[in-house]
Design a protein around this ligand. Structure first.
Ligand code: CDP
Length: 237
C-alpha cells in the first residue's frame, strides 16, 4: 500500500525485467490495461536517445569520447502518449524500432550519463505509482521497492522467432527482412552486452518471480502476472 497525503491509494509498481524479446512489452502493456495502470516502456526511452545520436550522426564520435553524450541529453524530451513515443516533440514510435537503432542501443544504454538521466525521468514517471514499467534494471535499480517484480525469460531461438514474426507482420511483404538465424545472433549479442555492462547490468532481483515464457501463450503469461498483482492488491485491503 502507498499512502499519499493521508489517502490510501493502494496502487503498486510492477517492474518487469528480462532479456530482449522475452515478451516484456506485450505482457506489461496488457497487464497495465487490465489494472487501469500506466505502461512505461523504458526500452523505448533508450531507443529514443539512440535515435537522436544516429540522427545527429554522432555515434562514432561517442565511441571515441563517450563523455560527449551529455550534449545529447541537455535539452532532450521524451514523452509517452498512449502507445506513441515523442522525442523532442516528434512522433518516433516507428523510427525507434529500426534495425540500426536495435544494433546501437546497447552501446548508448551502457553510458552512465544516459542511465542517470533516464533513471531520473523513470522515477519521476512512477512517482504516483500505479505503473507497469518494463526494461532491464527496473526491479534492481529504478524501483527496487516495486511491490511486484517479474523476470521474464525465454529460449533464444523462440525469442528470435517471435521477433521475426513481429517484423514480418509490420513489413507488409517488403523484402530485406533479416533471417531468424541473424536475429538470434543479434538477440544473443544484445543480451551479452546488457548483462556484462558496468552500469545497471541485466540482473534478476532476488525477490523477482521468474517466468519462462518459451512455452506460454501471450494470454497465459499475462494471466500469471495479473494474478500475482491481484493477490498483492487483495492482501493490501
Ligand atoms: O524490445 P526489446 O527486448 O528488443 O528491447 P527494448 O526493451 O526495446 O530495449 C532495447 C535496449 O535498451 C536493451 O537491449 C538495453 O540495451 C536497453 N535498455 C536498458 O539498458 N535498460 C532498460 N531499462 C531498458 C532498455
Amino acid at each position: 500500500m502507498h499512502v499519499e497525503q493521508g489517502i490510501r491509494t493502494n496502487r503498486i509498481i510492477i517492474a518487469i525485467d528480462g532479456p530482449a524479446a522475452s515478451g516484456k512489452s506485450t505482457t506489461a502493456r496488457k497487464v497495465a490495461r487490465m489494472l487501469g495502470y500506466t505502461y512505461i516502456d523504458t526500452g523505448a526511452m533508450y531507443r529514443s536517445v539512440t535515435l537522436k545520436a544516429i540522427r545527429r550522426n554522432v555515434i562514432d564520435d561517442l565511441r571515441r569520447s563517450p563523455e560527449s553524450v551529455v550534449a545529447l541529453l541537455e535539452d532532450i524530451t521524451i514523452r509517452f502518449d498512449g502507445d506513441h513515443v515523442y522525442l523532442d516533440g516528434t512522433d518516433v514510435t516507428e523510427a525507434i524500432r529500426d534495425n540500426r537503432v536495435s544494433r546501437e542501443v546497447s552501446f548508448i544504454s551502457s553510458l552512465k550519463p544516459v542511465r542517470d538521466r533516464l533513471r531520473q525521468m523513470q522515477q519521476e514517471l512512477g512517482k504516483l505509482r500505479g505503473v507497469v514499467m518494463d526494461g532491464r534494471d527496473i526491479g534492481t535499480i529504478v524501483f527496487p521497492d516495486a511491490e511486484l517484480k517479474i523476470f521474464l525469460v525465454a529460449d533464444a531461438r523462440e525469442r528470435a522467432e517471435r521477433r521475426y514474426a513481429e517484423l514480418k507482420a509490420k513489413s507488409n511483404g517488403a523484402s530485406g527482412l533479416p533471417g531468424i538465424e541473424e536475429l538470434e545472433e543479434e538477440i544473443k549479442e544484445r543480451d551479452r552486452a546488457d548483462a556484462e555492462r558496468e552500469h545497471a547490468p541485466l540482473r534478476k532481483h532476488p525477490d523477482a518471480t521468474e517466468i519462462d515464457t518459451s512455452d506460454l501463450s501471450v494470454e497465459q503469461q499475462v494471466r500469471k502476472v495479473y494474478e500475482l498483482a491481484l493477490a498483492l492488491l487483495k492482501e493490501d485491503r
